[in-house]
Design a protein around this ligand. Structure first.
Ligand SMILES: NC(=O)C1=CN([C@@H]2O[C@H](COP(=O)(O)OP(=O)(O)OC[C@H]3O[C@@H](n4cnc5c(N)ncnc54)[C@H](OP(=O)(O)O)[C@@H]3O)[C@@H](O)[C@H]2O)C=CC1
Ligand SMILES: O=C(O)C1=N[C@H](C(=O)O)C[C@H](O)C1
Length: 251
């Protein structure tokens, strides 16, 4: 049995995770952390970690980057791991997370779906082949109108994976409004669309001379992310300190 503290339990993702945990006899949510505590939860909910005295094996976080340090301190104090699904962290936050991973196990992934983790490998391979043939690389992501961070954590992670395959020699361009010049070769353009209830779309476009290759992932429900997070929590339970990724979980 893996006992979970769910941060962001009353948000959109928190509610889906709660539903799926209820259908799985090998996991349980023993407490929630959320700014909103009126969610009619079947487990105790606290507004901050300082109020929570409940024992758990792993934290799953789908909330916001605000007060990430409190969560890290709580997990370090209890010696438990964190499945970090929240996006939009600052560089400083990421340094704190990296530092904490020397003391506890942390699995951070901007996208818990199997599909995105597979196409990350595909786009790295495609970039290696196509960049040398002069293909331009653009990423377009689309999400619902409630999303606060842009571009999405997934778009940034895809860009980082591609850039890593290209010796980190590419710059990211988020807005061409003030650029009155043709596109540079070593650019990855990243565009964000927000509207309605779009769950999440990521399209990686390799545009060459007279031909275009597009690799696209579409999420049709938030359950794919929740399932991945629960799988990751089971994986992380009892793991030694370190930084883990979804690749460690799904191979
Ligand atoms: N890795 C992945 O696969 C995925 C990641 N995400 C990411 O997960 C995060 C949450 O997404 P979503 O559920 O849609 O967002 P929501 O805004 O619907 O939910 C977030 C919840 O967390 C609460 N919250 C915000 N800040 C804090 C805090 N400092 N401490 C405790 N609770 C807090 C919010 O309370 P209140 O409403 O009162 O502010 C809200 O109830 C986002 O960063 C999103 O990008 C989303 C889907 C998949
Ligand atoms: O906020 C969301 O909804 C999502 N956020 C993640 C991101 O920023 O990449 C993952 C997913 O696409 C849904």
């Amino acid at each position: 049995m893996t006992n979970i503290i769910l941060r962001g339990c009353n948000g959109k993702m928190g509610r889906v995770v709660t539903q799926l945990v209820n259908e799985d006899e090998n996991v349980a949510i023993v407490a929630g952390i959320d700014l909103s505590t009126d969610g009619q939860n079947t487990y105790p909910v606290f507004q901050s970690f300082s109020q929570c005295n409940i024992k758990a094996d792993v934290i799953i976080d789908f909330s916001s980057p605000v007060n990430v340090r409190d969560m890290l301190d709580f997990a370090i104090d209890r010696g438990i791991g964190i499945v970090l699904c929240t996006t939009g962290f600052t560089k400083k936050d990421l340094e704190l997370i990296e530092e904490a991973s020397r003391l506890i196990s942390i699995l951070r992934s901007a996208n818990m779906s199997m599909g995105i983790n597979l196409i990350t490998k595909l786009v790295k391979e495609a970039a290696r082949v196509l960049a040398v043939s002069g293909f331009d690389i653009e990423i377009v992501e689309k999400h619902h109108n409630k999303k606060v961070d842009a571009p999405s954590g997934t778009a940034l992670a895809l860009a980082d994976a591609i850039n890593d395959a290209l010796n980190n020699s590419y710059e990211y361009v988020y807005d061409r409004t003030d650029i009155r010049a043709p596109r540079q070769k070593k650019e990855i353009g990243i565009s964000a669309v927000r509207g309605g209830t779009i769950v999440g779309e990521h399209e990686i476009i390799f545009a060459g001379s007279d031909e275009v290759i597009e690799i696209k992932h579409t999420a049709y429900s938030k359950a794919i992310f929740a399932k991945g997070a629960i799988q990751a929590a089971k994986f992380l339970h009892g793991k030694p300190a370190g930084m883990y990724t979804m690749n460690d979980v799904i191979g």
